[in-house]
Write a protein that binds this ligand. Structure first.
Ligand SMILES: [Ca+2]
Length: 358
């Protein structure tokens, strides 16, 4: 009975909350949103004298999406538009193209390209970009439009600045690096460089494959360099952070030669090694599939060690980076679609319609 009245009270409070907030913004609807079905792209007629190369390039809209960069090359029947936002800056070039000796010039800027089915390599401004075919001009421009500015609506704000994305929703927020894939999946991860407590730690290992793979290469912040042990179990990699820090989580980026079972241990105030986490069945590897290891409890420690108990392959224990964080890094994943001037965001089962503004 007590339980029932508590439920009733909760229901009444909920109803009261719903009715008393008349001035509050409309809550976003549950997600029944389906991305707009784009009409098949009809290539505008191109002058024959532009040649076959130009036909290959301009008969479809192209998009650039990679970590930190977003852009589009589109053609509206008369004018070519090249838009790009990248770590090296932004570019917007538009004009009637001219072709000569395999070079396209738009508003004084030169473009060279090579098309191959769904891909195109485009060289301009001293850089080469891989472009992917889009189904419509809107779709091609979606990524570029998204990462240029601040979007808000239905209580959500999504903004991009200096390669860092910020999402705020009510009293929650996440800020970090982002990736956007061609299917419109936007991931924001707070494990942005600079918060990693392990970077630059003094490290040693009791096993290495060769001198080319020393343990410090797993603590240099570089995802192209790695540590690798000899082909045996167990192995230990110890990191000295220089001073005592609060650590609640490790993130490992394994190479193909991953560890299927490993422990993270820390040295306590009594100089004893204590288990912070034990992963018994890992099968993830690759820098795009980091293994996030939350500790049972956050610890205060200066020394941390990785103990590789079982190898997942015949090779050694190998990882590109071992990162340490105070908290479990947050990740927010959503789908984004452009619809007219709006950006539609599907997040946690709800649909948000955002408009551009500051
Ligand atoms: Ca590395």
């Amino acid at each position: 009975m007590k339980k029932l009245s508590a439920c009733l009270l909760a229901a009444l409070l909920f109803l009261a909350a719903c009715t008393s907030e008349e001035s509050a913004p409309e809550p976003p609807p549950a997600s029944t949103y389906k991305p707009p079905v784009t009409e098949p792209y009809v290539s505008p007629a191109l002058p024959e004298e532009w040649g076959e190369d130009a036909q290959n390039l301009l008969s479809v809209p192209w998009t650039v999406v990679s970590s930190g960069a977003a852009g589009a090359l589109t053609f509206d029947g008369e004018r070519v538009r090249w838009e790009l936002s990248s770590p090296n800056g932004s570019a917007e070039v538009e004009g009637i193209p001219a072709f000569e000796d395999g070079v396209m010039t738009v508003d004084g800027q030169e473009f060279r390209w090579k098309t191959l089915a769904a891909f195109c390599l485009l060289t301009t401004g001293g850089e080469t970009w891989q472009l992917t075919r889009a189904d419509s001009v809107d779709e091609a421009r979606r990524a570029f439009r998204l990462v240029n500015g601040t979007w808000s609506g239905s209580g959500m704000t999504l903004s991009f600045e200096d390669q860092i994305a910020s999402l705020s929703l009510g009293d929650r927020s996440i800020q970090g690096g982002w990736t956007l894939s061609n299917d419109g999946t936007l991931k924001i991860s707070s494990s942005a460089e600079g918060f990693n407590l392990a970077k630059g730690a003094k490290v040693k290992a009791d096993s290495i494959e060769t001198l080319d793979f020393p343990p410090e290469l797993a603590f240099d912040g570089d995802f192209s360099t790695r540590y690798s042990s000899a082909y045996n179990d167990p192995v230990t990699v110890t990191a000295d952070l220089g001073k005592t820090k609060t650590i609640g989580c490790a993130v490992l980026y394994f190479e193909t030669a991953y560890s299927s079972e490993f422990k993270i241990e820390y040295k306590n105030a009594q100089n004893q090694w204590v288990e912070a986490a034990h992963v018994k069945r890992n099968s993830q590897s690759g820098v795009d599939q980091p293994v996030t290891v939350p500790f049972k409890n956050a610890v205060e420690a200066r020394e941390i060690r990785f103990v590789g108990l079982k190898r997942g392959t015949d090779w050694g224990h190998s990882f590109y980076e071992l990162e340490l964080y105070e908290n479990v890094p947050g990740t927010a994943e959503m789908k984004v679609y452009a619809e007219g001037e709006e950006m539609v965001v599907l997040f946690e089962g709800l649909t948000y319609r955002l408009t551009k503004g500051s």
